[in-house]
Write a protein that binds this ligand. Sequence first.
Ligand SMILES: O=C(O)CCC(=O)C(=O)O
Ligand SMILES: [Fe+2]
Length: 580
Amino acid sequence: MTSVKKYKKKKPNKVTYSIFSKRYLGTFILGFITSWVVVLYFGIWHTNEPSSNLPPFLPAKYTQNACQNISCSKDYENYPIFAECTPILTCGRCVKDGIVSEKEVESLRQIVKNCLKYGGSSGGASILDLHSGAMSKGEKFVNIYRYFEKSTLDKIIVNKDIETYRNVKNRILNTVAKHFGIDSSKLYLTKPTFFSRMTANPPKTSHDEYWHKHVDKIQYGSFDYTSLVYLSTHSEDFEGGTFVFDDDGDINRTIAPMEGRVSFFTSGSENPHHVERVTSGTRYALTISFTCDPKSDFSKPTENMDNTNRKKRGWPKGKKRRKSTKDENAPKRPISGYVRFMNERRDFLTKENQNMTFAEVTKLVGEEWSSMDQEQKSEYLNDAEKQRVNYLKQLEAYRKSEQYRSFLEKSKKLKSNTDEKSLTSTEQLSPVHPEVPIFTESFLDHNKTKESELHQLNKTNAEYEQQNDILEMHINNLRQAIIKLESDSSAQDLKNKSLNSKLLYFRELLVNTFSHISLPATSSFPTVDTIDTYMAEMCNILEKTPCEDTFASAVYEAMCNVSFETLNVYWNEQEHQTEL
Ligand SMILES: O=C(O)CCC(=O)C(=O)O
Ligand SMILES: [Fe+2]
């Protein structure tokens, strides 16, 4: 408030004095000088290019285009840093008039006024968040997408105004990006982005105390750049309600809201601020917030007209459900092996353990399944795998059918109808959890987000279960292959053993046969260890000596005495053992 007074009382007086001292020059000169004094005093605000220094007070009713650079705080270092976007080196604040037209202001104000006609806080601050659907109502909040009948909502928030909302939001994003040298595709809308209405009504809850000094980055987390679009004018529509940057030192830079005036600034501690209490009238504004973190981007559902989140907790009474796009004629996906087992066992275990909850029984079935060996599981898995293969075949055939083609056409039509409708309604603004701490510390729509997360988790879980079953099936096949390899290899071992033993037997037989015959050159007799070389040497000698030679005759005689029958019996015995 101090700054407002400074502007309204002190400074203009100074101007008036200087004008009066030159009164003798006549009205024209007086006017001329007055305008120059004003131009010099407010010169900085009249420039079209952003100036490097924001004046201490920016009154309504002047065309402003002023900026100020400030050193960045370290707040951003506590969050992921996006080099081309996060305010690390360049921080500042700007005020620009003329970005949003009068007509657009009218359109935006229409949205918030129309909605709050049916709601509004009983204290001095009300909000409306089109993205989450949060609207102040008494001392609480309601979700407009559930609170109103769809047909009513379509009348309260009309398509044309939503279009304006979207255009303004995009224009401001581009302006902020351009000013801070960011590629606009790297800057995202984040939450909360909301309309506010402030009055002089005494606060009823802490949400009504909008006048406390705060830092947006600390308050809202995802904010990197904050922008404000003013929808009403200070001194005309309300008193008080100026926006104050709480800088250290003497000068608090203050902005008097004015219809269509846009201010934007980096959201960290370099820009602490507060809104002065409104003392009379009604102040409307729109806070639009931006983030550099694509994970905190919440514009996508809005842009994509995706309203799927809206049905998570049942469809509001009186609203028509969107027709199901489920293909009734498509072959049914078979259940997994685990689910099969689960279905079979759950009934039984429920009857056995009547005081157990559903979840406890499910856990029990899971434990049973984990303790089963592959063979037991394969009873379920094999069947499931067969059905899955069959299902895929059926699906492939179905996708070529006329029925499928007509289903595709129908669902395409249904989708385009819905999209068209989305363009003409607010359904596209899919709800997200509104976190507007200065207004909604206890806002409890949290459940909705949790429910949708749970739904997603269940879905993912079911998919993992299916994949798990298939993997288990593969593991089972691999196990069987390993068992077969192991058995083949042990059969081979056995065969080798038998061959070795045959070899040994044969060697012993030869040693016995020729034990009395020494080789002529070395006079050595055969042993089990030397029999191989003994026999080779013997063959060598026999090749060179005539049959009548004494050595050759002794060998011949010994050979005739060998009992090949014994050898045969032993051989067969070994074969038989190997087969076993
Ligand atoms: O409405 C304003 O001028 C400022 C609101 C604000 O500071 C905020 O939403 O964080
Ligand atoms: Fe703020």
